[in-house]
Design a binder for this molecule. Structure first.
Ligand code: MG
Length: 264
């Protein structure tokens, strides 16, 4: 009983303080009418949230074109002959993909566990066995190939699972084909930031400088065959929409009695 009396007393004092504070200060309101954020049930252990498109759940390759020579083993897909692409096309997106470098580790440099995640079929986030395997920095795991290295090397040993979580902003093009705004990527490797809103200079070829060429607003995700049996699992993607709000009036202030006034 004593405890609850004391609690009730302090709670009353707290409400009094909050009320005083509220009366004293004007509240700022931005005048924007927002669309209510959708409810999404998060996934368990890196699994897909309720609004994700599942691209590979360990069972079949039905979401992919060109996968005739890739196989599934123990819930993972194993890179085989030929690149594979999603049947669906994506623009701005959040992509989750898990991958594991081949065991035993064979080859060196770019020849060890090489694959790649190509956003929009064009822009490569490198997949490579970069565990105790040196190569050029802007070609190691987590690099935007030939443009920038990852900020750190967060690689797990071959055979263990790596996770990429990628936030992708698609480039925009003008009607005349010129670049309106570049692509941006933010990426985490095993939960560690490796790309922080990096502005891409264009595509990511081996043999010439990067450049932008006008393309569709949405294109498939491509996984690279570089001759190494890299494994993939748990691949899902969410499309990213714009924040939807309508400026219905100018921003204003409101005092504790509900009186409104403009911002000077
Ligand atoms: Mg590659």
């Amino acid at each position: 009983m004593k405890m609850s009396h004391r609690f009730a007393g302090s709670a009353t004092a707290l409400v009094f303080v909050i009320t005083l504070g509220h009366v004293a200060a004007d509240e700022y309101l931005n005048g924007i009418e927002w669309k209510e954020p959708a409810i999404v049930t998060p996934g368990e252990n890196g699994g897909p949230p309720s609004d994700a498109v599942v691209l590979f759940d360990g069972k079949d390759l039905s979401e992919w074109d060109g996968a005739e020579n890739w196989k599934i083993e123990d819930g993972a897909m194993i890179a085989g002959k030929g690149n594979i692409k999603t049947k669906q096309a994506f623009g701005d997106c959040q992509l989750h993909i898990e991958w594991s470098a081949p065991v035993p580790a064979t080859g060196s440099g770019q020849g060890r566990g090489n694959s790649g995640v190509f956003l929009m079929d064009t822009y490569e986030l490198q997949v490579l066995d970069s565990y105790e395997n040196s190569t050029y920095f802007d070609g190691q795991a987590g690099a935007i190939y030939k443009q920038t290295p990852p900020q750190v090397n967060a690689m797990r040993p071959p055979g263990e699972w790596n996770v990429y979580d990628i936030i992708w902003t698609a480039p925009r093009f003008n009607e005349d084909g010129s670049l309106k705004s570049p692509a941006y990527i933010t990426a985490l490797h095993n939960g560690v930031l490796i790309q922080n809103h990096f502005e891409l200079k264009g595509d990511t070829p081996f043999d010439r400088p990067p450049k932008y060429s006008r393309h569709a607003d949405r294109l498939p995700i491509r996984l690279q065959d570089h001759g190494n049996p890299t494994r993939f699992r748990n691949i899902w993607i969410r499309e990213i929409g714009a924040d939807e709000g309508k400026q219905v009036r100018d921003p204003f202030l409101r005092d504790g009695k509900g009186n409104e006034k403009p911002i000077e």
